[in-house]
Write a protein that binds this ligand. Structure first.
Ligand SMILES: Cc1cc2nc3c(=O)[nH]c(=O)nc-3n(C[C@H](O)[C@H](O)[C@H](O)COP(=O)(O)O)c2cc1C
Length: 186
């Protein structure tokens, strides 16, 4: 028996739940925020429309996300849906942060351990409706939102924003978690 066999881990019932949750497909978004002056951006999977009238968009944030604290103060945010075309995967990698790599499988060597401005070298403009928040030029589509409500949900906080404006700005297919193979789930 080699040492690897000796260390073989028993499957837990929780592994089945995690695997099932890992099958849920998500769009890959870059959430733009601002402190009123400096724009910031973070990658997020947990984004969805939750009402037609009024149009409301929900984003689920980690409690310690700096984007969340900016949005709590400044209220506005953008949701940039990335594109499979036009090197969208490389653009997504620009926004993957190293802090929590353990829980996000599949990022592998795409992470960069040196802190940096995530928008460095990325083409963006500032939203006309979501004041001071970035819209990525290479996003397939974007939505500009104003946060209306924050709700605690387990280890995350749900930010609900009314949709002020939105546009499809490129041809292509949306970048999805199925396409990237990166999972933020389980
Ligand atoms: C593929 C992927 C999806 C993610 N989805 C979310 C998400 O939906 N919500 C969230 O709060 N963090 C998510 N994260 C983690 C954030 O991007 C990460 O915590 C980031 O550092 C927060 O940045 P900020 O501190 O600049 O706001 C995701 C990370 C990856 C790699």
């Amino acid at each position: 028996m080699n040492s690897n066999q000796g260390l073989k881990k028993m499957r837990e019932p929780d592994d089945d739940i995690r695997e099932a949750l890992d099958e849920l497909p998500y769009g890959v978004y870059v959430i733009g925020s601002s402190d009123g002056q400096m724009p910031n951006a973070m990658i997020a999977d947990w984004v969805m429309q939750i009402s037609f009238n009024p149009r409301l968009l929900l984003v689920s944030f980690e409690k310690d996300s700096s984007s969340l604290s900016r949005i709590r103060k400044h209220r506005f945010f953008t949701a940039n849906l990335l594109n499979q075309e036009n090197n969208g995967m490389a653009l997504a990698a620009q926004f993957v942060q190293p802090a929590n790599t353990a829980k996000i499988k599949g990022r592998g060597d795409q992470t960069d351990s040196t802190p940096r401005n995530k928008l460095d070298g990325v083409e963006y403009r500032i939203g006309e409706h979501a004041v001071a928040c970035p819209i990525l030029e290479d996003a397939l589509a974007f939505l500009e939102c104003e946060a209306k409500e924050f709700i605690d949900a387990g280890d995350h906080v749900l930010a609900i924003g009314s949709v002020l404006y939105g546009e499809v700005q490129q041809f292509g297919e949306p970048l999805t978690s199925t396409y990237t193979g990166w999972t933020y789930s389980g």
